[in-house]
Ligand binder design. Sequence first.
Ligand code: NAD
Ligand code: TYD
Length: 353
Amino acid sequence: MINMERNLLITGGAGFIGSHVVRLFVNNYPQYRIINLDALTYAGNLENLRDIENAPNYQFIKGDITDEGFINQLFKDHSIDGVIHLAAESHVDRSIMDPLAFVRTNVLGTGVLLNAARNYWKDMEGKRFYHVSTDEVFGSLGETGFFTEETPYDPRSPYSASKASSDHLVKAYFHTYNMPVVISNCSNNYGSHHFPEKLIPLMINNILHKKPLPVYGKGENVRDWLWVEDHARAIDVIFHKGVIGETYNVGGFNEWKNLDLVHLLCKIMDEKLGRQPGESAKLITYVKDRAGHDLRYAIDASKLNKKLGWKPSLQFEEGLEKTVQWYLENQDWVQHITSGAYQEYYNHQYNVR
Ligand code: NAD
Ligand code: TYD
């Protein structure tokens, strides 16, 4: 299967994870034609893909996954026979402000893509529809335990509810139309090209510019962090070897309380920027908690490890150090992506007057 030619549609390829997935597929599979479809919302940025934009097996198309006529035509025009679907509204805080945008893109958009595949794929042989999803569909854990593939869905934010709905649609197309689907549910990613509204890049940016470090509540919420390039590798393995109709959990076996993580970032950056030990940590500011803030996420990724041989490659401290270094060396990227509407969002979210 890996050596055959393919016309592979990757949605959301100009975003954080999508750009790492596009790069990996363009470099590893010269025999595939890779079409990156992205609406270039505030989160999409073609600068993420400058290094591969002229590759002969790569094409970018600007478009919206909720546009049914356009998506149907795209499947025909490009003879699409595989989909890796990442396009989404992805930020929980924004989903609290504007839930319907998440229903539109994440639920309707996924439905439109599935239906275009159903219409176009008369013969399902050799086809594959891969939905990249989140562990947040499982809800919130207490102090102990892990999410497995059998954990019942219990989403609590508009973001996670929209992703759970789209997972259910994907499963419904498998059961009803025999669509060859596969789903993965991954924990929090970190790494280069991460939009600075999310915890790690936001803190890096604020530490650098000596701005307050807004920790929600008491900073006791726990997330399981995974290096984005390890996620991209997992997507490669699952796309090619995952069993049709199954789901795979992807995680870093790497739980951190938010406050501990922010302290670690402060320490790394104090060293890199030649500041006094403890200087950046003075910027930590406790702010109003997120509404419905999930306490803890933790993934049991042993199925993916045992069945498909994947495991994370990078220690967290090393990955975080590389990430900080990338942001320090790519301040132009940060400038470009955060200019315009982002400042308005930031001021509103963090009550900056
Ligand atoms: P992101 O916000 O960085 O990127 C999303 C991309 O989708 C952007 O390029 C944006 O322009 C595009 N997009 C948005 N709406 C669109 C539309 N209507 N039509 C076409 N393109 C559209 O998100 P990300 O963090 O890279 O996440 C990618 C996927 O992975 C999402 O489906 C997300 O739910 C999932 N996921 C993310 C994480 C994480 O930690 N970031 C973890 C697990 C799963
Ligand atoms: P985030 O990066 O938004 O990812 P998610 O909500 O999808 O897990 O947030 C990670 C954690 O960091 C989450 O518990 C909320 C917290 N957080 C803060 O404390 N301050 C912030 O400014 C942000 C953006 C997040």
